[in-house]
Design a binder for this molecule. Structure first.
Ligand code: NAD
Ligand code: USQ
Length: 479
């Protein structure tokens, strides 16, 4: 699939509120894992045919400056002898759910931000007939709107990080001090649709991350990699989950070792492979890296995305990309019974999207040392699926919604009743001030879902991907 997005472009608006689009490079990289779904093929054209021969496109944005204050604890500047310049942060996957909110947050905090994204996530939506609940503006409109509201420039590099030539150009032109890597296929159900999606997920995620590691080694070896991992790498062991490492005494000898990984989808496994590659390159090449093993994210609003409707973030509720709490709020808003899979004792770590952006900021402001592979568990509270259903039912009742729950045969292979106690103190020690899931937050998420409920496609709510029925034959019917 990545081959459909092989053309790339770089958008680098000048400080004078103009953006110059470089012509799209016509070199095309063939990706080895093409997904042969004729029916879905759609080429994303970055320019209209009329624009083919124009070298530059100038976009003007009016600059009514509105800057939200930044906390004093974190300095977005690096000092270079007597001078100090803003830290440059490249956000791979900056058009996605976590990446967009983070890009705006860091730009608002006076970091110099560049987004790198292939826009493949928007393509998945087209392929599967899915849609964000909230209307999302194009990445170009988002960035122009941000510029016009705040006067701040976000650079844009559109391309696939599996294409090393593209990534090289982005690295050389931006010269990042830190790279935040969100740019992966992140849905477990998507990776379990069929063989081609499983292969795509692992190729896209593992090769993309490997390319980022090589780019750091070659072009920016001081650069700090902040990589989004996942709590799902650990699985659900019958002992406490530590932050990345565990000290074990075996046959009288003691060592501190990577915590065992027991991922339960081809997606979650891709994150385990990434972690191993990153750990190895920290040791071998002295790369500095922080792996943020993030729990399930909920919510949609951050201070920055609230500033204008064109900055609105995506909110997925469908059975492929929607995650538990976001889905339950949308289901409650449209009167669909909450879809608890199996017994509902599946327990995971959860966090508000406002804490995702805070955690990333803290990781950047307190970088890992050269050669260090640091692991933080990034979540604030843990809940079972039954707990979430109970919370949404209570909050829904307060808003006059009649919320029912149904038990859906579990489409996944996972423990439905298990011990779960995961440590998550390292980010708190760095200064994280969590937004916990209070009644008021659930009310506001539910109200948000109610506001957009007319856009809900109820056909997309029930799960349609089965872990056991995954086959080699490409599924070409709409999910
Ligand atoms: P998302 O799908 O909304 O965003 C991912 C972005 O990366 C998309 O814009 C996509 O176009 C881009 N992308 C994917 N492959 C790319 C490639 N090869 N080159 C360039 N761009 C590429 O996902 P999200 O929910 O924002 O998740 C971001 C990261 O956080 C993922 O790595 C995910 O594993 C991790 N994470 C997410 C959650 C969650 O609940 N959303 C929880 C834990 C961890
Ligand atoms: N679940 C239900 N009903 C639903 C949806 C989910 O019972 O309608 C259950 C699932 O079976 C699972 C749990 O809720 O046990 C969480 O599922 P999810 O879809 O909310 O999250 P998951 O598939 O684990 O993936 C999401 C993100 C992924 C991230 C992961 C963090 O899509 O990118 O890595 O959360 S974690 O779960 O900690 O691994």
């Amino acid at each position: 699939m990545a081959h459909l997005l092989s053309a790339y472009c770089t958008v680098n608006p000048s400080p004078l509120t103009k953006a110059y689009y470089k012509p799209v490079d016509q070199r095309s990289t063939i990706c080895h894992n093409s997904i042969p779904f004729r029916r879905y093929e759609s080429h994303i054209s970055l320019r209209s045919p009329k624009e083919k021969h124009q070298r530059h496109h100038i976009i003007c944005a009016s600059a009514a400056h509105k800057v939200v204050s930044q906390p004093d604890s974190v300095s977005p500047h690096i000092s270079n002898g007597s001078t100090s310049k803003p830290k440059k942060v490249m956000i791979i996957g900056g058009d996605g759910y976590c990446g967009w909110a983070t890009a705006l947050h860091l730009s608002n905090k006076n970091y110099e931000v560049a987004i790198v994204d292939s826009l493949v996530r928007r393509l998945f939506d087209h392929q599967l007939g899915l849609n964000s609940l909230t209307p999302i503006a194009s990445i170009h409109d988002r960035i122009r709107r941000w510029k016009s509201l705040t006067g701040k420039t976000i650079q844009l590099h559109i391309g696939d990080i599996c294409d090393f030539e593209f990534l090289t150009e982005a690295f050389k032109s931006f010269e990042p001090d830190a790279v935040v890597h969100f740019g992966e296929q992140r849905s477990a159900p998507y990776s379990m649709i069929d063989r081609s999606r499983a292969v795509f997920t692992q190729h896209n995620n593992v090769i993309g991350t490997l390319n980022v590691l090589f780019a750091i080694k070659e072009f920016s070896n001081e650069c700090h990699l902040v990589k989004l991992g996942t709590m799902g790498e650990y699985g659900t062991p019958n002992i406490d989950i530590e932050e990345g490492y565990i000290t074990i005494t075996h046959n009288g000898r003691t060592d501190t070792l990577p915590y065992p990984k027991q991922a339960s989808s081809f997606y979650h496994l891709s994150k385990v492979h990434d972690s191993n590659n990153i750990a190895f390159t920290c040791k071998a090449w002295g790369i500095r890296a922080t792996d943020l093993n993030q729990g399930v994210v909920y919510g949609v609003r951050t201070d920055e995305t609230e500033m204008h409707e064109e900055l609105c973030n995506r909110l997925d509720y469908d059975g492929v990309f929607g995650t538990a709490l976001n889905r339950f709020c949308v289901q409650a808003a449209v009167g669909h019974p909450l879809t608890v899979y199996g017994k509902g004792g599946q327990t995971r770590g959860y966090l508000d999207i406002r804490d995702t952006v805070q955690c990333v900021e803290l990781a950047i402001a307190n970088p890992a040392n050269p050669g260090e592979f640091r692991v933080f568990n990034q979540f604030t509270e843990q809940f079972s699926v039954n707990d979430l259903a109970g919370l949404v039912t209570t909050a829904g009742k307060k808003l006059g919604l009649d919320v029912q729950t149904m038990s859906v045969p579990n489409p996944r292979v996972e423990a439905e009743e298990h011990y779960y106690n995961a440590k998550h103190t390292k980010l708190v020690e760095l200064g994280l001030r969590p937004h916990l899931l209070s009644d008021s937050l659930l009310d506001s998420l539910l109200n948000f879902a109610v506001q957009f409920r007319d856009s809900v496609d109820k056909q997309q709510i029930m799960p349609s991907v089965s872990w056991k029925k995954i086959g080699a034959k490409p599924r070409t019917v709409a999910i």
